[in-house]
Design a protein around this ligand. Structure first.
Ligand SMILES: NC(=O)c1ccc[n+]([C@@H]2O[C@H](COP(=O)([O-])OP(=O)(O)OC[C@H]3O[C@@H](n4cnc5c(N)ncnc54)[C@H](OP(=O)(O)O)[C@@H]3O)[C@@H](O)[C@H]2O)c1
Length: 242
């Protein structure tokens, strides 16, 4: 099922332990949802191009999380500049627009730890008169997963996931998601770490879709979902295989 790489340098990370999770562009809606879901157990660092903005946002998220989790919150949420936080993270989420992938990843590549896992939830999408469209098909561009991979040395550290999860639902920590997320990646150990994080979000199930070259099949589902939602007056629908 997986392309096994015997030279893979990713150690089996013990996900019973806390990880340090950096969220590049964590000041946006998805970043808030990720932070609120995973701070119960892990140390989250919100990233921004503006360090002060990251710190302010992290303080707000911390208040929300502490109000909800109380004493059971074992992790933390802090804020930093995107590139300073990247240096000692175990996992980095790229929660930024498609258009900023090259500029951001090019700088990140020189900062991250060798074993750092990079997660790409990025959807290359735009809105046209006919509806939401997938930029890569319409304009002959690469999928977000593939574009991200081109910027980093080790392709096996990269996972593409979370494309069909609505930020609105992700941020509601008192609600389960009742949804699947498709996951693409080339390395079994890397996928395993991300599957553990997915399993920590109540009601979210990981569905392995295939290698990173298939990332476009997960990404294209988002404009499809948004068009369906808009035309059928549905609020924040998700996908679940039954
Ligand atoms: N929203 C959803 O429901 C949803 C669902 C599935 C997938 N996604 C994908 O997840 C990613 C994050 O979504 P989002 O809604 O949180 O995005 P967003 O709010 O549009 O942007 C997230 C953050 O990216 C940073 N950013 C903006 N322009 C940038 C640039 N040119 N260079 C570097 N950083 C920049 C900003 O942070 P600073 O200004 O603080 O640096 C911003 O707060 C997107 O790629 C989106 O396609 C979103």
């Amino acid at each position: 099922m997986f392309q096994t790489n015997i030279f893979n340098t990713i150690p089996k990370q013990n996900t019973d332990n806390k990880m340090k999770i950096g969220i590049i562009g964590g000041t946006g809606g998805m970043g808030e949802g990720f932070a609120l879901r995973w701070c119960k157990k892990h140390d989250i660092v919100i990233g921004s191009r503006d360090k002060n903005r990251a710190s302010d946002v992290a303080n707000n998220y911390t208040k929300t999380a502490r109000d909800y989790y109380g004493e059971s919150m074992k992790g933390s949420i802090t804020g930093d500049n995107n590139f300073d936080l990247a240096q000692d993270c175990d996992v980095l989420f790229l929660s930024i627009p498609y258009e900023s992938i090259n500029e951001t990843c090019n700088r990140l590549a020189g900062q991250i730890k060798e074993n750092c896992i990079i997660v790409c939830p990025i959807v290359p999408m735009t809105r046209e008169e006919k509806g939401f469209t997938y930029i890569c098909f319409e304009h002959g561009k690469e999928s977000a997963g593939e574009l991200v991979a081109k910027n980093f040395k080790n392709r096996s550290n990269i996972v593409s996931a979370f494309h069909t999860i609505s930020e609105v639902k992700l941020k509601k920590i008192d609600h389960g998601l009742d949804a699947d997320t498709f996951v693409c990646g080339d390395d079994e150990n890397t996928i395993k770490v991300i599957n553990e994080l997915i399993a920590e979000i109540t009601g979210l199930r990981s569905i392995y879709l295939g290698p990173l070259t298939l990332s476009y099949q997960a990404e294209v589902l988002t404009p499809m979902l948004l068009n369906s939602a808009k035309r059928n007056k549905m609020k924040h629908p998700a996908i679940k295989l039954v």
